[in-house]
Design a protein around this ligand. Structure first.
Ligand code: PDD
Length: 280
């Protein structure tokens, strides 16, 4: 595999960043991950918009122009021969002797990798649906910024794995669902409307989430942005997850209890079919 690191494409095992990179020591870094479908990077413009916002929130300098970044990402995908999978890139504030406050005059560290997806496994998840578990949300308040500070997310995903589940969904102190460890969460209510948490606080504003709203509009499916509880989710007509990796993944059990009769729902299937007509 090939990795891009600060201007060079190198074999991944030779790719190096400093031990004192702030991404390592403080998770002082932001990232993006885009799906690659049939060789094309999906929704890149929207991901670059979100990256700009994450960088601005943390006052990390942009390492290069959008055109240059786009070129690097396509090149990483091409050199790794990824037709279906994803491209991952991250920008840290840079490397400097350890000090919590921002160092002066550092250059951001920019790395990018690409990986193929197990298409058959993804298709099976879509066809059969997946089990999820719920866990208390123990993350900080700025999860709207896409930082690499993902330890709670990693621990939650591991807990899901150990419980035989595909994803862990976080629940806030008031009992409302926030989001998955690496996906947004949706339900279909009794009237066939999509319900998802507003993306003001407590969740990442997923790109797939935004695209799905456009898909829903095109399909005449109403979308309501409001909070919902675990109980409401467990009794919903349908539940599904969205992310650049999984696109739209139906949920068939929550904490070991069957939801939506244990089979993927028809609204999820309809939206999923239309998804790539809208994504660009
Ligand atoms: N995760 N919420 C969280 C916490 C996420 O990490 C992600 C994406 C999403 C969905 O966002 P989007 O639709 O833009 O992918 C929601 C990526 C895929 C990851 O960390 O690998």
């Amino acid at each position: 595999r090939i990795t891009y690191v600060n201007g060079r494409y190198v074999p991944s095992r030779e790719a190096v960043v400093s031990v004192e990179d702030r991404g390592n020591q403080f998770a002082d870094a932001v990232y993006e991950a885009c799906q690659i479908k049939d060789g094309a990077i999906i929704d890149l413009r929207r991901h670059l918009d979100r990256l700009d916002r994450s960088l601005a929130e943390l006052r990390i300098a942009t390492p290069m122009s959008r055109a240059a970044m786009t070129h690097v990402l396509r090149e990483v995908a091409r050199r790794n021969k990824v037709e279906n999978g994803y491209v991952y890139w991250q920008i840290s504030r840079g490397a400097a002797p350890r000090d919590h406050a921002f160092p002066a005059g550092v250059r951001p560290t920019f790395t990018a990798t690409a990986k193929s997806l197990d298409v058959a496994a993804a298709a099976l998840r879509y066809e059969k649906g997946v089990p999820i578990i719920t866990l208390p949300d123990n993350r900080w308040e700025r999860v709207d910024i896409k930082t690499v500070g993902l330890l709670p997310n990693a621990l939650a995903k591991q807990a899901a794995r150990e419980a035989g589940a595909f994803e862990a969904v976080f629940v806030d102190a008031e009992g409302y669902v926030t989001e998955g460890s690496s996906a947004n969460v949706w339900l279909v209510d009794g009237e066939g409307r999509l319900v998802t948490r507003p993306a003001d606080r407590g969740i990442l504003r997923g790109i797939t989430r935004s695209v799905l709203m456009e898909v829903a509009a095109a399909e005449d499916v109403a979308v309501v942005e409001r909070r919902f509880t675990v109980t409401e989710m467990k009794t919903a007509r349908e539940v599904f997850l969205t992310s650049a990796g999984a696109i739209l993944c139906p949920v068939v059990s929550i904490d070991g209890e069957t939801v939506a009769n244990g089979v993927p729902g028809s609204i999820a299937a309809r939206l999923r079919r239309r998804f790539h007509d809208i994504a660009e």
